[in-house]
Design a binder for this molecule. Sequence first.
Ligand code: BG6
Length: 466
Amino acid sequence: MKFPENFLWGGAIAANQAEGAYNIGGKGLSVQDVTRKGWQEEPQEYPTEDNLKLKGIDFYHRYKEDIKLFAEMGFKVFRLSISWPRIFPNGDENTPNEEGLRFYDEVFDECLKYGIEPLVTLSHYETPLHLTREYDGWKNRQLIDFFEKYVEVVFKRYKDKVKYWLTFNEINSITHVPFLSGGINTPKSELSHEDIYQAIHHELVASARAVKKCHELIPNAQIGCMILGVPIYPLTPNPHDVWEALETERQNYYFSDIQVRGYYPSYTKRFFKENNIQLNITEQDKEDLKHTVDFVSFSYYMSACASSDPTIESGKGNIIGGVPNPYLESSEWGWQIDSLGLRIYLNELYDRYQKPVFIVENGLGAVDELVTLDDGTKTVIDDYRINYMNDHLVQVSEAIEDGVEVMGYTSWGCIDLVSFTTAEIRKRYGFIYVDRNDDGSGSMQRYKKKSFDWYKQVIATNGKSL
Ligand code: BG6
């Protein structure tokens, strides 16, 4: 298996799914704090006890122990997000929360102590709740300025500690989950196409302004976009299915096309016309959009199919579902497992953009059983996870052989955390088991799974053990 010497091996988490401490250290509420178990696009008025994210896996207090375990696996990079309301509790203040800034200083120092590069997502589904309730989130143009102020503060503060940045996590999810992704308070059923695409425009301008600021303030840093990656195959060779697949892919490429090229692609003209969308795009917006990303990052869990037959129903998936593929198996949550799809997608992205690509999420959500070995050690024998990741990493190395410039790989949920789409913890991704259960019980103790040593070996051999 061929991986470049400087390949960035590591793992990824997000603040809202791991930190807990939702009301500690001066943090304000985020959209995540008013969700609960189950599908989360139905916010509560206030945080309620059944929301596992309020305590997460208590990374806020246990980050030293966790980063030490990542270092033991040999991580070169650790992807995490900064919780925006930890820095600006309401999002519209002028002065940041020093205690929040100090927390991330300490986390980054802990990473650097072990030679681990932090890869920081500026916004991972964590819009301050105040901006949602008072401004209707990204529907409102004012959020561009609030976001710019926030990113300027963190770029200045962490310029000597963080070299890799991402703007919005899975920016293309906003059309599916406008509350969590776009912080939009208006119910989805009441949003027009124009509302959604105007909100997307605001995020794209904010992303481009963050790129500009990052390049000005930290010239040696690299900043990328982050896409929810789902390659779409036509269900059959029927040209109508092929066209359907192309159109479905464009709904996702729409975002990175703008973030990588710096302007709206020509196919948007017809799409806007047919959907009655008239966007407010200023001359300054057009200038801002020219600040394009340095690399393209994405999450990858599954592929899906598209069909022109409206009677064929969509299956389950990572926010963006799709017509099930009869050739593929599914995870316990119905996400279709397709390791070759990762090679296909890497090639497609590189052919389209000729920019370095970074896989910043991949992994298998599964129910794990904690067992006690003869010597008393507690562990999880997660061969299913090892097989899944091995297959996917083999395809990454194939893509590298194909000529794709792959910067690195951060597996999702390298330590168990609260899931995003269903907000439960029994859906586990980690190399490290966290003793916490869906009813909120558990000691929060950490245990190494079998995959821990497997990944350690993969990193130590730079992929040769795959
Ligand atoms: C991505 C998100 O959609 O997929 C993560 O960026 C999320 O935040 C991951 O956790 C897996 O989804 P889930 O629902 O299994 O946690």
